[in-house]
Design a protein around this ligand. Structure first.
Ligand code: SF4
Length: 330
């Protein structure tokens, strides 16, 4: 097996004195079951501890061996590279204002490079947008030592091992969930925005937010691109959950997700992270809020006036406030 030198040696036959689920408080122990994941996640005292434990995790035998198999077989274009071939830790700020949640590492992207959304087309799209909206230091994301920096953003995933066909099983999703729950607890002091990339991440984000004490509306809000949900905790800490189509090739090749659509979400995330209310981010409010749908008469007048106000705010802050509502002249 050939994996990256910094990757954990998972499934090795050699002496590994920490190789047990029994070490409840030892963050260097290896999680080998869902109970082990829960224990190791609870034991992590910092985001760095958590990342260390995730790297070592082998609780899902199917995913662990598939990641290793991909690391051995490789894609022809990367035949000379040493794949990471293991669970991928989160990347970015330890105290983020914006947490981005993806589905899972890509087989020849993050599973190759060892960094979330790094080394594939999805990563190009995501980091391109983060850079255009002032949230990433450079537009590219090609390797773990490419100098990319995220100051207020952290990128994580609902499942940390690359799954075959990008489809983790329900059991694998549930086994991996405590890592995300604990991460949310550890990074939440400055958190203002959670961006869920796709429906799978949306569900994982809602579950983790509920576990960490945020009240969810009932019925639970459905995923959609541009959908936003304001969530509040008893201690008054509020966050906004934003939905965004996943920048997978399936979405970007078909035009379901375009660069302006992605930029719109991250512009909104940045504005929200800096303390603006949802009404000041323009298009999202217009697209997904109560203004959606055909309107006429005085209601239309009021909303057009409000839209003009939004446009003025947008101009002031250098962003475009689109007119995506469906209106009907009276
Ligand atoms: S998917 Fe998550 S729980 Fe399963 S082995 Fe990978 S890191 Fe561990």
């Amino acid at each position: 097996m050939q994996v990256h030198q910094d990757a954990p040696v998972i499934g090795c036959d050699g002496d590994h004195s920490h190789d047990t689920d029994a070490h409840v408080s030892d963050v260097t122990a290896i999680a080998k079951s869902s109970a082990g994941v829960r224990r190791q996640a609870r034991a992590a005292a910092s985001p760095a501890d958590l990342n260390d434990s995730i790297r070592e995790c082998r609780a899902c035998p199917r995913l662990v061996s598939w990641c290793q198999d991909v690391a051995v077989a490789k894609r022809a274009a990367y035949a000379d590279e040493t794949y990471w071939g293991a669970p991928v830790p989160s990347f970015g700020a330890d105290r983020p204002s914006i947490l981005i949640i993806g589905l899972a590492p890509g087989a020849h992207g993050a599973n190759r490079t060892g960094r979330m959304f790094t080394g594939d087309r999805s990563g190009d799209w995501l980091f391109g947008s983060l850079h255009r909206t002032g949230l990433a230091s450079t537009p590219g994301s090609v390797s773990r030592d490419d100098g990319q920096r995220l100051e207020i953003v952290r990128i994580t995933a609902a499942v940390r091992c690359a799954p075959p066909d990008n489809k983790p099983t329900t059991e694998e999703r549930d086994t991996c969930a405590p890592w995300l729950d604990r991460e949310l607890e550890l990074v939440n002091p400055d958190l203002r925005v959670v961006v869920a990339l796709g429906g799978f991440a949306w569900s994982a984000a809602l579950a983790a937010l509920a576990t960490c004490g945020w009240s969810l509306p009932m019925p639970r809000p459905r995923f959609g691109h541009g959908v936003h949900v304001n969530l509040e905790r008893k201690d008054g800490h509020s966050v906004v959950l934003l939905g965004c189509y996943h920048p997978s090739q399936q979405n970007t090749f078909t035009g379901r997700l375009t660069e302006p659509m992605l930029d719109e979400v991250f512009t909104a995330a940045r504005r929200l992270a800096s303390g603006c209310t949802i009404h000041h981010v323009g298009t999202l409010a217009v697209r997904s809020g109560p203004w959606q749908g055909p309107i006429r008469g005085p209601a239309l007048d009021r909303r057009l006036v409000a839209l003009e106000r939004l446009r003025a705010v947008g101009r002031e802050h250098g962003c475009v406030v689109g007119d995506r509502r469906r209106v009907q002249d009276p």
